[in-house]
Design a protein around this ligand. Sequence first.
Ligand code: ADP
Length: 424
Amino acid sequence: MKIAVSNRDGLDKLVQAVVRGEMRLHALPKYLSAAERAEIRRQFLEEISGETLKHVGTHSLDTERASGRHCENFVGVAQIPLGVTGPLRVRGRDRDQSIYVPLATTEGALLASINRGCSAIRAAGGVVSRVEDVGMTRAPVFRTGGIAESEDFVTWVEANHDRIREVAEGTSRFCKLKEIRPTIMGSTVYLRFRFATGDAMGMNMATIACDRVVRNLIYPETGIECVALSGNQCVDKKPAAINFLEGRGKRIHCEVRLSAEVLRKNLKVNRDAFVDMQYRKNLLGSIAAGALGFNAHYANIVAAFFIATGQDVAHVGEGSMGVTMIEPIEDGGALFSIMMPDVPLGTVGGGTALDTQREALSLLDVDPDPAQPGAATMRLAEILGGIVLAGELSLLAAITSGDLTSAHERLARGVDTDKQGPRP
Ligand code: ADP
């Protein structure tokens, strides 16, 4: 049945067909545009719920692209407020630049607090940021007949490393095999592949490379069966000790040298109280909890940054592991540093292609350069580390000086923060 949709009547007939169960939401006719299919779904939902979806349906997204590549059964958008923090001075490996950092969040007081951190960082001469391109991991799991066959299989993998590399790297010019780490557990073998993936976060790239290696080389030549391309030892989207220790995606290191004056004037903290609070809260407290995040709130900033710049938000779990360190230095100052071992990040692919997210990446001046694959994402990681440090610094200072609750009451309980002006 082909129903003309050039008029409202045509659309209504299709909505009624969905309501009657004659047509499925995900199988609306292909001759409709993506916008028309989204409208039919919204009208269907409005009809069965009695609610209106005016805001969900109002947006500037490229509907064909959003529904075709990013979200099935597309009905519209979930809007999240976007604000800006900074300027943040990031002293990276190649660039020393002050920038405004866009963050998307619903958490009142977060950006105001990060701004205070940016201001302290400016007064301290900038945040030093360094990134290791640790690489994206994928660990297929294989079933063997027992430990002798497992051992033979690992020996075969090691002997055929160059052939495996050739097949894996043949899937993309940006994909470079860094290592294959085998783990034997009786009749189960994990091969933990690690790839450099240029400017892409790399999860698809690594999965495709592993799939080709398994199908075209490992299975035909060894007969060893791959049970799952992701054997969970990758470890993707779950905080884990192996990622903490060996790293995944980008490993980020940032530091700022805070003078006694900056501690007193900008952060309003006593240096020794600051160091003591960090030790008892972030370090001992995390040990007491068995946590993998020896920090106060990386997840707040990582989530807001990931949404604004089109990263895979499910990576916030692993991306917010890390250690905050505060150590006393000369003349009453403190060296404040952070280490984030497992940050999957990209400037191409996935949600980075969405228009609002592309604009955010452009604000950060990290558009990929074909002449230097990987450099844009390394810079993005330098910036993320810097803004995480700003947020961590400000919150820990507020906890130390005891003004955290009053800041939340002022900023997150309905006071207009635009009119309020910056925090003292
Ligand atoms: P991911 O692997 O991060 O999940 P995609 O599957 O979208 O993301 O892979 C990234 C895509 O972008 C690949 O098709 C790759 O060829 C392309 N690409 C273009 N420029 C680059 C670049 N500079 N670095 C990495 N990939 C790039």
